[in-house]
Design a protein around this ligand. Structure first.
Ligand code: SAM
Length: 268
């Protein structure tokens, strides 16, 4: 029998400044908000005052002005990624899981990311490297970086991320990285610099949207001292579970997002 003598965990109450997910209504829609004094959330089913949410614990039920029920949660990492303000395509959760294992992301490591985009994958990396780790993220577009930094701030992860303007192909201003992730239309341009920035033996992963780019990226990895190269496509089918009718996959699915590639840097 496991002894349960430790004091029960006291759920922390929600405070102004916290980012939360408001989930519910007829269609189970969700909204991400940062709680602020005097503010309201306008939903299709009425208004929810932020002051009705503060001092509640996660999982509490709140009522909109039109009497509809919603629940309040702290956002999961998946929700933080999917709810970013988008200026670009983002890495989808179905691909993110495979990439995280390919990159061997664990607490305390330093990761280089090229192609910050909207910062969705940066948020995932920053959550996983923990308070001792760091994510160095680069993009050529200042406006994209500013938007991504705002998304990262909403996720409460700014202190774990350093972002800079950088053009693919130029040497990176960091070295001895534990992992490198490339999300660019032409990742092969950044592969030699990625090799220099990586510690020996450590992994690289990249995503490419079409088969021609996949061939070119893999050839460039081979030419630049990377081993153990693997390319995959990840499929995810949602299942409609109905107690009275049959259980079956939904008719619609995201058919394709990107090809994913992983490899490791060979030592000398
Ligand atoms: C698909 S987005 C990355 C999305 C990001 N992984 C996310 O989850 O939000 C690709 C990014 O690569 C950047 N990019 C494209 N070509 C580049 C280049 N040659 N040098 C630097 N950045 C580049 C774009 O500005 C864009 O922000």
């Amino acid at each position: 029998m496991i002894e349960m003598r430790e004091a029960a965990k006291v759920p922390q109450k929600l405070e102004y400044g916290d980012t939360v997910i408001i989930w519910g209504g007829k269609k189970n829609r969700s909204f991400i908000i940062t709680l602020q004094e005097g503010e309201i959330l306008n939903t299709h089913l009425g208004v929810i005052a932020h002051e009705d949410v503060v001092h509640q614990v996660e999982g509490s039920k709140v009522c909109s002005s039109k009497g509809h029920h919603f629940w309040v949660f702290r956002p999961k990492t998946r929700e933080l990624m999917m709810k970013v303000k988008r200026k670009t395509q983002i890495v989808y959760p179905k691909d993110a899981g495979w990439l995280i294992l390919a990159l061997d992301i664990v607490p305390g490591i330093r990761v280089l990311e090229m192609g910050t985009g909207s910062g969705a994958f940066t948020i995932l990396l920053a959550r996983l490297v923990g308070s001792e780790g760091k994510v160095y993220t680069f993009d050529r577009r200042r406006d994209f970086l500013l938007n991504a930094l705002n998304n990262i701030k909403i996720a409460g992860l700014s202190h774990r991320v350093e972002a800079r303007i950088h053009l693919a192909g130029e040497p990176f201003p960091v070295e001895d990285m534990d992992a490198v992730f490339l999300d660019l239309p032409n990742p092969w341009v950044a592969i030699p610099a990625a090799y220099d920035a990586l510690a020996p033996g450590r992994p690289i992963a990249l995503v490419v949207p079409n088969a021609e780019q996949l061939k070119k990226a893999v050839a460039t990895l081979e030419e630049n001292g990377f081993l153990s190269i693997q390319a995959v496509e990840v499929l995810e089918r949602n299942i409609l579970v109905r107690q009275q009718q049959g259980v079956r996959p939904f008719e619609r699915m995201i058919g394709f997002t990107a090809y994913l590639v992983s490899a490791r840097k060979a030592g000398d």
